[in-house]
Design a protein around this ligand. Sequence first.
Ligand code: URA
Length: 241
Amino acid sequence: MERLQKYLARCGVASRRKAEELIVAGLVAVNGEVVRELGVKVDPERDRVTVAGRPISLVSEGIYLMLNKPPGYITGNRDPRGRKTVLSLLPKGFPRVFPVGRLDYNTTGLLLLTNDGDLAYALTHPKYQIEKVYQALVRGVPADDALNLLRQGVVLEDGPTLPATVDIIKVKAGNAILKLGLREGRNRQVRRMCAAVGHPVLKLERIAIGPLSLGDLALGQYRRLTGAELKALQKQIGQAR
Ligand code: URA
């Protein structure tokens, strides 16, 4: 017997945490009965589990993609306002994968897509503190005190941020391009941090997650991770466990 949210993750439905949200939202049924509690266990051999009415089953092969997210796409599966989703960038009929974490509608750059719920869980859970690197064009040129605030921790409405690495990599027409390395991933965090020190973000791109770099992958394009990349990622997660 296995906890329902863990089984959903192994079936490639979503990360374990997202799977919990699906359960609470009443989208998951076991043998035809909607289950909303989180303690429920299932027998993968016998129980019939559906998500939003569709039967699910264990995935035999892990799929790991990196995508260069273009602006104007949402990271979720579906948008009530009908905006385009990153999943629409994959060919029709592509096996089911889901995005790991989230990038804002207008943020571009490295997004992982996978059907491996455990990997997604580790990459998004704060306890693993996998570094994510961003390049941000900000208004104005931050002075040393602003940079040091960003590095040491800015107090946001949901609490102070963890120490980060921050460097100016270029100054262009009175604005600066910053490279920021964060070990947490709160909602709109880079935008809120930069705004808090008086330098709002004009453009934001994620260029790395742990050992993975976006490289020269074009906007809107995706590719499978190489074996070496996947190994490096799993190694980093293993070390953080
Ligand atoms: N921080 C943000 O502000 N936005 C993103 O999309 C990612 C990190």
